[in-house]
Design a protein around this ligand. Sequence first.
Ligand SMILES: [Zn+2]
Length: 394
Amino acid sequence: MSQPMTPAAEAARMIDALGPEALAKAQAYTTGNHWLLFAAVGVSILIAWIMVRFRMLDRVAERLQGRSWALGTFLVGVAFFLISAVLELPFTIYTDWQRQHAYDLSTQPLGDFLGQLALSEVLSGLLGGLFLLGVYSLIRKTGPRWWLWGGGFSALVTVLMLLSGPSLIMPMFNKYEPVPPGEVRTALEKIADDVGIPHDRIFMYDGSRQSERFTANVAGIGPTARIAIADVALKEASLAEVVAVTGHEAGHYKLGHVWRSAIILPLLAMLFFFLLNRLFAPTARLLGSDARLDEPRGLPVFAVVGSVLGLAITPVTNSLTRIGEVEADVYSLQTVNEPDALASALVKTAEYRYPRPSALQEMLFYTHPSVEKRVLRAMEWKAAHPKAEAPKTP
Ligand SMILES: [Zn+2]
Protein backbone atom coordinates (compact mmCIF):
# COMPACT_ATOMS: atom_id res chain seq x y z
CA MET A 1 0.00 0.00 0.00
CA SER A 2 1.49 3.30 -1.06
CA GLN A 3 1.30 6.50 0.96
CA PRO A 4 -2.17 8.11 0.78
CA MET A 5 -2.19 11.08 -1.58
CA THR A 6 -2.48 14.57 -0.18
CA PRO A 7 -5.78 16.31 -1.05
CA ALA A 8 -3.90 18.68 -3.37
CA ALA A 9 -2.23 15.82 -5.23
CA GLU A 10 -5.56 14.03 -5.51
CA ALA A 11 -7.29 17.13 -6.91
CA ALA A 12 -4.45 17.71 -9.38
CA ARG A 13 -4.60 14.08 -10.48
CA MET A 14 -8.34 14.32 -11.20
CA ILE A 15 -7.85 17.44 -13.32
CA ASP A 16 -4.83 15.98 -15.11
CA ALA A 17 -6.88 12.89 -15.95
CA LEU A 18 -8.91 15.03 -18.36
CA GLY A 19 -5.87 15.01 -20.62
CA PRO A 20 -3.99 17.93 -22.21
CA GLU A 21 -6.25 18.08 -25.26
CA ALA A 22 -9.51 18.43 -23.30
CA LEU A 23 -7.88 20.95 -20.99
CA ALA A 24 -6.65 23.05 -23.89
CA LYS A 25 -10.12 22.99 -25.44
CA ALA A 26 -11.77 24.00 -22.16
CA GLN A 27 -9.26 26.81 -21.78
CA ALA A 28 -9.89 28.09 -25.30
CA TYR A 29 -13.65 27.99 -24.76
CA THR A 30 -13.56 29.70 -21.37
CA THR A 31 -11.09 32.42 -22.36
CA GLY A 32 -13.14 33.03 -25.49
CA ASN A 33 -16.21 33.56 -23.32
CA HIS A 34 -14.37 36.24 -21.38
CA TRP A 35 -13.37 38.13 -24.52
CA LEU A 36 -16.95 37.85 -25.71
CA LEU A 37 -18.09 39.79 -22.63
CA PHE A 38 -16.15 42.77 -23.99
CA ALA A 39 -17.28 42.11 -27.54
CA ALA A 40 -20.92 42.13 -26.35
CA VAL A 41 -20.49 45.63 -24.95
CA GLY A 42 -19.03 46.73 -28.28
CA VAL A 43 -21.97 45.16 -30.11
CA SER A 44 -24.53 46.87 -27.90
CA ILE A 45 -22.83 50.24 -28.41
CA LEU A 46 -22.83 49.65 -32.17
CA ILE A 47 -26.52 48.69 -32.13
CA ALA A 48 -27.41 51.74 -30.04
CA TRP A 49 -25.52 53.95 -32.46
CA ILE A 50 -27.35 52.42 -35.46
CA MET A 51 -30.71 52.94 -33.75
CA VAL A 52 -29.90 56.58 -32.98
CA ARG A 53 -28.34 57.26 -36.37
CA PHE A 54 -31.37 55.97 -38.29
CA ARG A 55 -33.83 57.42 -35.76
CA MET A 56 -35.52 54.04 -35.45
CA LEU A 57 -37.26 54.59 -32.12
CA ASP A 58 -37.98 58.22 -32.93
CA ARG A 59 -40.00 57.02 -35.92
CA VAL A 60 -41.87 54.46 -33.87
CA ALA A 61 -42.62 57.16 -31.27
CA GLU A 62 -43.84 59.58 -33.98
CA ARG A 63 -46.25 56.98 -35.36
CA LEU A 64 -47.67 56.41 -31.90
CA GLN A 65 -48.36 60.07 -31.27
CA GLY A 66 -51.99 60.60 -30.31
CA ARG A 67 -52.18 57.30 -28.47
CA SER A 68 -52.18 57.27 -24.69
CA TRP A 69 -48.83 57.92 -23.04
CA ALA A 70 -48.80 54.49 -21.39
CA LEU A 71 -49.50 52.57 -24.60
CA GLY A 72 -46.94 54.61 -26.53
CA THR A 73 -44.28 54.09 -23.89
CA PHE A 74 -44.94 50.37 -23.69
CA LEU A 75 -44.82 49.91 -27.48
CA VAL A 76 -41.62 51.94 -27.92
CA GLY A 77 -40.11 49.72 -25.20
CA VAL A 78 -41.21 46.56 -27.01
CA ALA A 79 -39.90 47.95 -30.31
CA PHE A 80 -36.57 48.68 -28.68
CA PHE A 81 -36.18 45.07 -27.51
CA LEU A 82 -37.27 43.56 -30.82
CA ILE A 83 -35.10 45.83 -33.00
CA SER A 84 -32.11 45.12 -30.72
CA ALA A 85 -32.75 41.38 -30.99
CA VAL A 86 -32.82 41.53 -34.80
CA LEU A 87 -29.68 43.66 -35.09
CA GLU A 88 -27.90 41.44 -32.61
CA LEU A 89 -28.95 38.20 -34.31
CA PRO A 90 -25.66 37.39 -36.11
CA PHE A 91 -23.71 37.88 -32.87
CA THR A 92 -26.22 35.77 -30.91
CA ILE A 93 -26.08 32.94 -33.44
CA TYR A 94 -22.30 33.00 -33.27
CA THR A 95 -22.02 33.00 -29.46
CA ASP A 96 -25.00 30.89 -28.46
CA TRP A 97 -25.23 28.42 -31.32
CA GLN A 98 -22.21 28.19 -33.61
CA ARG A 99 -19.68 28.34 -30.81
CA GLN A 100 -21.56 25.80 -28.67
CA HIS A 101 -21.45 23.39 -31.61
CA ALA A 102 -17.80 24.11 -32.34
CA TYR A 103 -16.93 23.06 -28.79
CA ASP A 104 -19.28 20.04 -28.79
CA LEU A 105 -21.44 21.60 -26.06
CA SER A 106 -24.70 21.46 -28.00
CA THR A 107 -26.39 19.39 -30.69
CA GLN A 108 -29.42 21.66 -31.07
CA PRO A 109 -30.43 22.16 -34.73
CA LEU A 110 -30.32 25.80 -35.91
CA GLY A 111 -34.08 25.83 -36.60
CA ASP A 112 -34.95 24.78 -33.05
CA PHE A 113 -32.43 27.26 -31.67
CA LEU A 114 -33.94 30.11 -33.68
CA GLY A 115 -37.48 29.12 -32.71
CA GLN A 116 -36.62 29.17 -29.04
CA LEU A 117 -34.68 32.39 -29.45
CA ALA A 118 -37.70 34.06 -31.10
CA LEU A 119 -39.93 32.91 -28.25
CA SER A 120 -37.51 34.22 -25.65
CA GLU A 121 -37.03 37.57 -27.44
CA VAL A 122 -40.79 38.13 -27.78
CA LEU A 123 -41.29 37.21 -24.14
CA SER A 124 -38.52 39.51 -22.94
CA GLY A 125 -39.81 42.23 -25.27
CA LEU A 126 -43.26 42.11 -23.68
CA LEU A 127 -42.04 41.77 -20.09
CA GLY A 128 -39.27 44.30 -20.70
CA GLY A 129 -41.80 46.72 -22.22
CA LEU A 130 -43.93 46.47 -19.07
CA PHE A 131 -40.90 46.95 -16.84
CA LEU A 132 -39.81 50.04 -18.78
CA LEU A 133 -43.35 51.42 -18.62
CA GLY A 134 -43.04 51.22 -14.82
CA VAL A 135 -39.62 52.87 -14.86
CA TYR A 136 -40.71 55.75 -17.12
CA SER A 137 -43.81 56.32 -14.95
CA LEU A 138 -41.51 56.69 -11.94
CA ILE A 139 -39.16 59.03 -13.82
CA ARG A 140 -42.13 61.25 -14.67
CA LYS A 141 -44.00 61.09 -11.39
CA THR A 142 -41.49 60.82 -8.56
CA GLY A 143 -39.04 63.61 -9.35
CA PRO A 144 -35.26 63.64 -8.96
CA ARG A 145 -35.27 60.74 -6.51
CA TRP A 146 -36.94 58.41 -9.04
CA TRP A 147 -33.95 56.06 -8.84
CA LEU A 148 -34.90 55.17 -5.25
CA TRP A 149 -38.41 54.28 -6.36
CA GLY A 150 -36.91 52.45 -9.32
CA GLY A 151 -34.97 50.23 -6.92
CA GLY A 152 -38.12 49.39 -4.98
CA PHE A 153 -40.00 48.69 -8.20
CA SER A 154 -37.17 46.38 -9.32
CA ALA A 155 -37.45 44.48 -6.04
CA LEU A 156 -41.13 43.87 -6.71
CA VAL A 157 -40.41 42.74 -10.27
CA THR A 158 -37.57 40.44 -9.11
CA VAL A 159 -39.81 38.70 -6.61
CA LEU A 160 -42.56 38.30 -9.23
CA MET A 161 -40.03 36.80 -11.66
CA LEU A 162 -38.66 34.43 -9.03
CA LEU A 163 -42.18 33.31 -8.22
CA SER A 164 -43.35 32.88 -11.80
CA GLY A 165 -40.14 31.72 -13.50
CA PRO A 166 -40.20 28.02 -12.60
CA SER A 167 -43.91 27.45 -13.21
CA LEU A 168 -44.70 29.86 -16.05
CA ILE A 169 -41.56 30.72 -18.01
CA MET A 170 -39.11 27.81 -17.79
CA PRO A 171 -41.68 25.22 -18.98
CA MET A 172 -41.97 27.21 -22.23
CA PHE A 173 -38.41 26.20 -23.08
CA ASN A 174 -38.06 22.72 -21.59
CA LYS A 175 -40.22 19.82 -20.60
CA TYR A 176 -40.23 19.21 -16.85
CA GLU A 177 -41.23 15.77 -15.70
CA PRO A 178 -41.22 13.95 -12.37
CA VAL A 179 -38.12 11.84 -11.80
CA PRO A 180 -39.29 8.23 -12.38
CA PRO A 181 -39.44 5.91 -9.36
CA GLY A 182 -36.19 4.16 -8.53
CA GLU A 183 -33.07 4.64 -6.45
CA VAL A 184 -32.38 8.11 -7.91
CA ARG A 185 -35.86 9.33 -7.00
CA THR A 186 -35.65 7.85 -3.51
CA ALA A 187 -32.32 9.58 -2.92
CA LEU A 188 -33.65 12.90 -4.25
CA GLU A 189 -36.74 12.67 -2.04
CA LYS A 190 -34.55 12.33 1.01
CA ILE A 191 -32.70 15.55 0.10
CA ALA A 192 -35.98 17.32 -0.65
CA ASP A 193 -37.26 16.29 2.80
CA ASP A 194 -34.15 17.79 4.39
CA VAL A 195 -34.77 21.19 2.83
CA GLY A 196 -38.59 21.13 2.95
CA ILE A 197 -39.35 20.93 -0.78
CA PRO A 198 -42.40 18.73 -1.49
CA HIS A 199 -41.76 15.54 -3.46
CA ASP A 200 -43.92 16.68 -6.36
CA ARG A 201 -41.48 19.53 -6.95
CA ILE A 202 -38.46 17.39 -7.91
CA PHE A 203 -38.10 17.39 -11.69
CA MET A 204 -35.93 16.23 -14.52
CA TYR A 205 -35.90 18.29 -17.71
CA ASP A 206 -34.67 17.84 -21.26
CA GLY A 207 -31.66 20.10 -20.84
CA SER A 208 -29.97 18.14 -23.64
CA ARG A 209 -32.30 19.95 -26.05
CA GLN A 210 -30.13 23.07 -25.74
CA SER A 211 -26.91 21.92 -24.18
CA GLU A 212 -24.74 18.93 -23.35
CA ARG A 213 -23.80 20.56 -20.07
CA PHE A 214 -23.86 18.48 -16.94
CA THR A 215 -26.08 20.62 -14.73
CA ALA A 216 -28.87 20.93 -12.21
CA ASN A 217 -30.59 23.92 -10.65
CA VAL A 218 -32.87 25.11 -7.94
CA ALA A 219 -35.30 27.89 -8.74
CA GLY A 220 -38.31 29.66 -7.33
CA ILE A 221 -39.23 30.81 -3.87
CA GLY A 222 -41.87 29.69 -1.38
CA PRO A 223 -44.56 27.58 -3.00
CA THR A 224 -42.87 27.64 -6.43
CA ALA A 225 -39.49 26.35 -5.22
CA ARG A 226 -38.31 23.26 -7.04
CA ILE A 227 -35.24 21.20 -7.78
CA ALA A 228 -34.56 20.24 -11.39
CA ILE A 229 -31.89 18.01 -12.85
CA ALA A 230 -30.96 18.02 -16.53
CA ASP A 231 -31.35 14.71 -18.33
CA VAL A 232 -27.66 15.01 -19.24
CA ALA A 233 -26.80 14.74 -15.54
CA LEU A 234 -29.10 11.76 -15.03
CA LYS A 235 -27.74 9.99 -18.10
CA GLU A 236 -24.06 10.49 -17.42
CA ALA A 237 -23.87 10.38 -13.64
CA SER A 238 -23.67 7.71 -10.97
CA LEU A 239 -26.24 7.72 -8.19
CA ALA A 240 -23.68 9.20 -5.81
CA GLU A 241 -22.92 12.00 -8.28
CA VAL A 242 -26.59 12.88 -8.66
CA VAL A 243 -26.90 12.93 -4.87
CA ALA A 244 -23.80 15.10 -4.45
CA VAL A 245 -24.94 17.60 -7.11
CA THR A 246 -28.50 17.74 -5.80
CA GLY A 247 -27.08 18.26 -2.30
CA HIS A 248 -25.26 21.30 -3.68
CA GLU A 249 -28.44 22.65 -5.31
CA ALA A 250 -30.46 21.96 -2.17
CA GLY A 251 -27.83 23.98 -0.30
CA HIS A 252 -28.53 27.02 -2.49
CA TYR A 253 -32.18 26.72 -1.52
CA LYS A 254 -31.76 25.94 2.17
CA LEU A 255 -29.18 28.71 2.66
CA GLY A 256 -31.52 31.27 1.10
CA HIS A 257 -29.36 32.18 -1.89
CA VAL A 258 -32.44 32.99 -3.97
CA TRP A 259 -33.42 35.58 -1.37
CA ARG A 260 -29.90 36.91 -1.46
CA SER A 261 -30.31 37.69 -5.15
CA ALA A 262 -33.78 39.11 -4.47
CA ILE A 263 -32.01 41.71 -2.31
CA ILE A 264 -28.86 42.23 -4.35
CA LEU A 265 -30.46 42.59 -7.81
CA PRO A 266 -32.76 45.49 -6.81
CA LEU A 267 -29.86 47.21 -5.04
CA LEU A 268 -27.83 46.93 -8.23
CA ALA A 269 -30.81 48.24 -10.20
CA MET A 270 -31.03 51.21 -7.84
CA LEU A 271 -27.32 51.91 -8.26
CA PHE A 272 -27.74 51.67 -12.03
CA PHE A 273 -30.69 54.11 -12.04
CA PHE A 274 -28.75 56.50 -9.80
CA LEU A 275 -25.79 56.48 -12.19
CA LEU A 276 -28.03 56.61 -15.25
CA ASN A 277 -29.47 59.85 -13.90
CA ARG A 278 -26.01 61.40 -14.16
CA LEU A 279 -24.62 59.58 -17.18
CA PHE A 280 -27.62 59.82 -19.49
CA ALA A 281 -26.99 63.32 -20.86
CA PRO A 282 -23.24 62.94 -21.59
CA THR A 283 -23.80 59.48 -23.14
CA ALA A 284 -26.62 60.82 -25.31
CA ARG A 285 -24.30 63.55 -26.58
CA LEU A 286 -21.61 60.98 -27.44
CA LEU A 287 -24.14 58.85 -29.32
CA GLY A 288 -25.62 61.87 -31.10
CA SER A 289 -29.07 61.47 -29.54
CA ASP A 290 -31.21 64.46 -28.61
CA ALA A 291 -33.57 62.39 -26.42
CA ARG A 292 -34.21 63.32 -22.80
CA LEU A 293 -34.05 60.82 -19.93
CA ASP A 294 -37.85 60.69 -19.65
CA GLU A 295 -38.36 59.86 -23.34
CA PRO A 296 -38.51 56.17 -24.32
CA ARG A 297 -36.90 56.99 -27.65
CA GLY A 298 -33.75 57.50 -25.55
CA LEU A 299 -33.61 53.76 -24.76
CA PRO A 300 -30.46 53.16 -26.85
CA VAL A 301 -28.68 55.55 -24.47
CA PHE A 302 -30.11 53.58 -21.53
CA ALA A 303 -28.73 50.41 -23.10
CA VAL A 304 -25.21 51.75 -23.59
CA VAL A 305 -24.98 52.95 -19.98
CA GLY A 306 -26.43 49.62 -18.85
CA SER A 307 -24.04 47.41 -20.78
CA VAL A 308 -20.92 49.36 -19.80
CA LEU A 309 -21.91 49.48 -16.11
CA GLY A 310 -22.98 45.84 -16.29
CA LEU A 311 -19.53 44.80 -17.44
CA ALA A 312 -17.87 46.99 -14.82
CA ILE A 313 -19.89 45.39 -12.03
CA THR A 314 -19.31 41.79 -13.20
CA PRO A 315 -16.30 41.13 -10.92
CA VAL A 316 -18.42 42.19 -7.93
CA THR A 317 -21.44 40.05 -8.78
CA ASN A 318 -19.15 37.13 -9.68
CA SER A 319 -17.42 37.36 -6.31
CA LEU A 320 -20.79 37.26 -4.59
CA THR A 321 -21.97 34.20 -6.53
CA ARG A 322 -18.64 32.45 -5.88
CA ILE A 323 -19.24 32.81 -2.13
CA GLY A 324 -22.64 31.14 -2.56
CA GLU A 325 -21.09 28.30 -4.58
CA VAL A 326 -18.54 27.54 -1.87
CA GLU A 327 -21.34 27.49 0.72
CA ALA A 328 -23.43 25.13 -1.42
CA ASP A 329 -20.47 22.75 -1.88
CA VAL A 330 -19.95 22.71 1.88
CA TYR A 331 -23.66 22.07 2.39
CA SER A 332 -23.52 19.07 0.03
CA LEU A 333 -20.48 17.67 1.84
CA GLN A 334 -22.07 18.16 5.25
CA THR A 335 -25.45 16.69 4.42
CA VAL A 336 -24.88 13.93 1.85
CA ASN A 337 -21.13 13.45 2.43
CA GLU A 338 -20.12 12.25 -1.02
CA PRO A 339 -16.80 14.04 -1.56
CA ASP A 340 -15.54 11.69 -4.28
CA ALA A 341 -18.78 11.90 -6.22
CA LEU A 342 -18.99 15.68 -5.80
CA ALA A 343 -15.43 15.90 -7.12
CA SER A 344 -16.05 13.65 -10.13
CA ALA A 345 -19.28 15.49 -10.94
CA LEU A 346 -17.42 18.81 -10.76
CA VAL A 347 -14.73 17.53 -13.10
CA LYS A 348 -17.47 16.93 -15.68
CA THR A 349 -18.23 20.67 -15.67
CA ALA A 350 -14.61 21.49 -16.51
CA GLU A 351 -15.31 21.25 -20.24
CA TYR A 352 -17.15 24.58 -20.10
CA ARG A 353 -15.31 26.12 -17.15
CA TYR A 354 -11.55 25.76 -17.52
CA PRO A 355 -10.52 24.22 -14.19
CA ARG A 356 -7.19 26.02 -13.76
CA PRO A 357 -7.66 29.76 -14.33
CA SER A 358 -5.19 32.34 -13.06
CA ALA A 359 -6.23 34.02 -9.80
CA LEU A 360 -7.00 37.23 -11.69
CA GLN A 361 -9.11 35.48 -14.32
CA GLU A 362 -11.06 33.70 -11.62
CA MET A 363 -11.63 36.91 -9.65
CA LEU A 364 -12.83 38.86 -12.68
CA PHE A 365 -14.78 36.34 -14.72
CA TYR A 366 -15.66 33.18 -12.81
CA THR A 367 -19.17 32.79 -11.42
CA HIS A 368 -18.00 29.60 -9.68
CA PRO A 369 -14.67 28.96 -7.97
CA SER A 370 -12.34 27.00 -10.25
CA VAL A 371 -13.12 23.29 -10.46
CA GLU A 372 -9.65 22.44 -9.17
CA LYS A 373 -10.24 24.52 -6.01
CA ARG A 374 -13.66 22.97 -5.47
CA VAL A 375 -12.30 19.46 -5.96
CA LEU A 376 -9.47 20.28 -3.56
CA ARG A 377 -11.97 21.35 -0.90
CA ALA A 378 -13.92 18.12 -1.38
CA MET A 379 -10.72 16.09 -0.97
CA GLU A 380 -9.77 18.06 2.13
CA TRP A 381 -13.22 17.35 3.51
CA LYS A 382 -12.79 13.66 2.76
CA ALA A 383 -9.43 13.57 4.57
CA ALA A 384 -10.94 15.30 7.60
CA HIS A 385 -14.17 13.23 7.68
CA PRO A 386 -13.40 9.61 6.88
CA LYS A 387 -16.60 7.63 6.37
CA ALA A 388 -17.38 5.42 9.39
CA GLU A 389 -18.18 2.39 7.25
CA ALA A 390 -15.04 2.62 5.13
CA PRO A 391 -13.20 -0.74 5.29
CA LYS A 392 -9.87 -0.79 7.05
CA THR A 393 -6.92 -1.24 4.71
CA PRO A 394 -5.40 -4.64 5.25
ZN1 LIG B 1 -24.28 26.19 -7.45
